[in-house]
Design a protein. Structure first.
Length: 256
């Protein structure tokens, strides 16, 4: 009986001692946590904490180059809107649903029918996620523009929570002698109302998938249960048909 009591006393003593040692170690780890796990400051020029690169990835807003798919230019074209007047539209594909550039810069070169580069433009626009990013310049005066070449300048990608969106319901259009009217009906894809105003580009495409017109407008909030309409009157007659239209919202919601 005495031996059993001594064993229980010994075990209890070991248990209490172990708890005390764990508490002491935990206290020291807590005090030294800043030295053991250096916090990711995302601007100290070092790879630390859970960063996947130097000041990028992990908890940083800036993405590392291995964290996203590269952007690419899918279309660059000039749309004749009047005699010696053109709108130029470049579409940049962003296949990423959770990252986008805050600002995106491009160099756009315009060529005439002799193959001469007669104008070079630089443009900087906000990014979009999971969409085509539109870059455009309206009312360019030129005798003719037969080719448009665009190239991306170096860019950085950041974490986002996506862009505002619109749900396309249907559309109709009417081509006149010198203009094209487009009526588009849309609704909100969200279960709650959106109070923010945001700019959206409406791009019209022909049956070949080429952009034949575009129009920018401001969406003044969204009601979750209301069908909305936007009327667009392009000041020129669209070449060919309009097979589809697409909304490209330009307001990004970045991670905090």
């Amino acid at each position: 009986m005495q031996e059993i009591e001594m064993n229980w006393y010994t075990k209890r003593k070991i248990l209490y001692s172990s708890i005390l040692i764990i508490l002491i170690i935990g206290w020291f780890v807590f005090l030294l946590r800043g030295f053991i796990w250096a916090p990711a400051t995302c601007f100290d020029g070092k790879k630390n904490n859970i960063e996947t690169g130097i000041d990028c990835g992990g908890s940083c807003l800036l993405q590392c180059s291995t964290d996203y798919k590269p952007l690419s230019i899918s279309a660059a074209r000039a749309i004749k809107t009047a005699d010696k007047k053109y709108d130029v539209l470049v579409l940049v594909d962003n296949p990423n649903t959770s990252s986008a550039p805050m600002m995106l810069s491009l160099v756009v070169e315009l060529y005439d029918n002799n193959g001469k580069n007669f104008k070079t433009m630089r443009a900087t626009v906000p990014g979009s996620t999971g969409y085509q990013i539109p870059v455009y310049n309206k009312s360019i005066v030129a005798d003719n523009i037969t080719n448009v070449i665009a190239r991306l300048e170096p860019y950085e990608m950041y974490k986002t929570r996506g862009s505002y969106d619109l749900k396309l319901k249907n559309f109709t259009y009417n081509k006149k002698d010198s203009s094209t009217d487009i009526n588009v009906f849309y609704s909100s894809p969200y279960s709650d109302d959106v109070a923010d105003n945001f700019v959206t580009i409406l791009v019209a495409y022909n049956s070949l998938g080429n952009a034949v017109g575009f129009y920018d407008f401001t969406v003044k909030g969204l009601k979750h249960d209301k069908l909305e309409e936007v009327f667009v009157s392009l000041p020129y007659r669209v070449e060919g048909d309009i097979a589809s239209v697409k909304f490209i919202p330009l307001t990004l919601l970045y991670e905090k």
